[in-house]
Write a protein that binds this ligand. Structure first.
Ligand code: ADP
Length: 607
């Protein structure tokens, strides 16, 4: 945070600096341009229609200055009522035609905008869903939430308004300039005095705007991240009396966001006045020069009038263009952040080969959540297909980390972790799900039908397979639901009990049918009765699979084929229960203390 503060004090330097090395990547300007181009050209027919209609509307709008110029000339030489009326009628007709054309043009471009937007959102959702879990964990959810909410909103505004308005402004502007030159090149020249101001000012602004808006977005991301963390960890914060520190963090985040906003506001307060002057100068210059040209006999009154009106008409598209450039910058920054998500996705390269067998091998694996702080220091483990291995050890020793590595969620920093000879973390997600799965105590019920919640594990599962999976986990209650498998569950619909949610999760596992399972604290949250029931269900699911159980109660270890003792990020003992007891090492000590405790508990209960 302090880095952000310092950046806030010196808005000139690298605003979006290294304070955010933890957030998800951001796409480069070239990537953003290429993507915007691809998206713009994705619907060529609709784009052509919208541009054509806007062009026609702009052309209709160009008639007025010419007619008015002629009118001034005619009045100067004396004219009849009839001529004036005719010109007035012609003006009215052109205005109406322009209005009607504009209506259709706006409709066409709005439709195009919505189409592009829908596509953008769909692509973004795909990108997010492909993110490796480890990336999301490392980046923190705040950044991702900001990207899915604020950045998507900002971009929607850009696509809905900025993109069509910019296109319209370009079309109208080009036509106005063309008309101006046609009226007379001499009368067109004076308007060039505005160019240096507009050009210079905008260039200065654009050079700083992207950085500024990226900084702004990242600063808001930090605010969201901080608030989310505070809300999610409210109880912990209360328990540890961290309130004041959290308030300070929020204050610092808001100060950062304020500094970022102030910086971009500063940019606008310099740029806007320059642009305003840049608009007015050409009108004044055209009028002045036009007057001189007229007195020298180099231009007619009609030409000077029309030219001045055209220059006046140019202000509107120019203003739109420049003000939307601002919005486009903001949108571009958001797009860069949305596209950046797919950079992170690239972390999971496609494996070339398919696993030769079901053997999972861990060799000299090290892992660090933060650079330079390994939590696993060279772990070796060969899982034997079909065995049940229990991992025991003190809390913080690295059991869960090793479990998530074996489940393919984390990627080893060094060393290899393979299934059938293929690096586990390189497998495409759908294939990985068929090899190994992590079973935790978190069971989200997705909004949708019960069936949706099951087949997400394997889209091509047949109805019979779904039934078999439900039977395997003894979820008889599904049949008793009002609509059976088609009952809506999740937020706003039927709420399932934790035990039911757990059964759905297990049925999902049966459908995905991985040969290896990593169990992490699978039963600790349920009440004992539900836990016993679950254990029976679970043992049906585990049957015939290789199981790595992160054991929090030692009786699981007693029943396992092998026990791995994890201490300080290493496997220090490995072998059968009796073998390790005989060796009289850490495991034997653990077992004795646990067993003693258990006996005492039983004795206490008996009293
Ligand atoms: P265990 O499961 O044996 O209790 P873990 O694998 O959860 O141990 O943790 C091993 C070490 O890694 C601990 O020092 C823990 O603080 C750290 N750790 C675990 N998860 C994360 C994380 N998401 N980010 C940073 N450090 C972590």
């Amino acid at each position: 945070m302090s880095d952000l503060h310092e950046a806030g004090e010196q808005p000139g330097d690298q605003p979006a600096a290294a304070a955010y090395d933890r957030i998800l990547p951001v796409a480069t300007p070239a990537q953003v341009r290429a993507y915007a181009r691809r998206l713009t050209l994705a619907y060529p027919r609709q784009l052509g229609l919208a541009l054509g209609l806007h062009g026609l509307a702009a052309m209709a709008g160009l008639a007025a200055p010419r007619l008015l110029g002629d009118l001034v000339e005619d009045v100067r030489h004396g004219t009849s009522h009839w001529t004036v009326d005719r010109i007035a009628i012609a003006l009215a007709v052109f205005v109406i035609v322009q209005g009607v054309l504009l209506r259709f043009a706006v409709y066409a471009s709005a439709r195009l905008g919505e189409k592009v937007l829908a596509r953008l959102r769909e692509e973004f959702v795909d990108r997010v869903l492909e993110l490796p879990l480890s990336t999301v964990e490392r980046a923190g959810t705040g950044d991702l939430i900001t990207r899915t909410s604020r950045d998507v909103d900002v971009l929607s505004r850009s696509v809905r308004h900025a993109v069509p308005e910019t296109l319209i402004a370009i079309v109208t502007g080009v036509f106005a300039i063309g008309a101006l030159v046609l009226v007379g090149p001499l009368t067109a020249l004076p308007c060039l005095v505005g160019v240096p101001l507009l050009w210079g000012g905008t260039k200065w602004y654009l050079a700083r705007a992207r950085k500024g808006y990226l900084w702004e977005n990242a600063a808001w991301g930090s605010v969201t991240a901080g608030l989310t963390e505070t809300v999610e960890g409210a109880r912990t914060i209360e328990a540890l009396r961290l309130e004041r520190r959290r308030v300070a963090r929020t204050d610092a985040d808001i100060a950062g966001a304020w500094a970022a906003e102030r910086y971009t506001l500063g940019l606008r307060t310099v740029w806007f006045p320059m642009v305003e002057v840049g608009y007015v100068l050409p009108v004044v210059a055209t009028l002045l020069m036009g007057g001189l040209l007229y007195t020298w006999g180099l231009a007619s009154l009609a030409q000077v009038t029309a030219a001045t009106l055209y220059v006046q008409q140019l202000i509107d598209p120019l203003d739109r263009l420049l003000s939307w450039i601002d919005e486009l910058q903001v949108g571009g920054a958001s797009l860069a952040r949305l596209l950046g998500v797919s950079e992170a996705r690239a972390e999971r390269p496609r494996a070339v080969a398919r696993p030769a067998d079901e053997r999972i091998t861990v060799e000299d694996v090290r892992y660090a959540y933060r650079e330079g702080h390994d939590v696993l220091h060279g772990v070796d483990l060969r899982l034997r297909p079909g065995e049940r291995i229990a991992m025991v050890g003190p809390s913080g020793a690295g059991k869960s980390t090793l479990g998530r590595l074996i489940a393919g969620i984390l990627r080893p920093r060094t060393g290899t972790l393979t299934v059938g000879g293929v690096p586990l973390a390189d497998l495409p997600l759908e294939e990985l799900r068929g090899e190994v799965a992590l079973v935790t105590q978190e069971h989200h019920v997705f909004k949708g039908t019960v069936r949706d919640n099951l087949v997400m594990a394997r889209q091509q599962a047949t109805p019979a397979e779904v039934e078999t999976a439900l039977a395997a986990v003894q979820a008889d209650w599904v049949a008793e639901l009002p609509d059976g498998l088609d009952t809506q569950v999740g937020t706003g619909a039927l709420t399932l009990s934790p035990a039911q949610a757990q059964q759905l999760a297990l049925a999902r596992l049966v459908l995905a049918d991985p040969h290896t399972l990593v169990l992490d604290e699978a039963t600790s949250l349920l009440d004992p009765r539900a836990a016993r029931h679950l254990e029976r269900t679970l043992s049906a699911v585990l049957d015939g699979r290789t199981v790595v159980a992160i054991a929090h109660r030692l009786h699981t270890a007693h029943d396992a084929d092998r026990v791995a003792v994890v201490e300080g990020g290493r496997i220090t003992e490995l072998g059968g229960h009796d073998e390790l007891i005989a060796e009289d090492g850490s495991y034997a000590a653990l077992w004795r203390s646990w067993h003693g405790g258990e006996r005492t508990a039983v004795r206490n209960q008996a009293r």
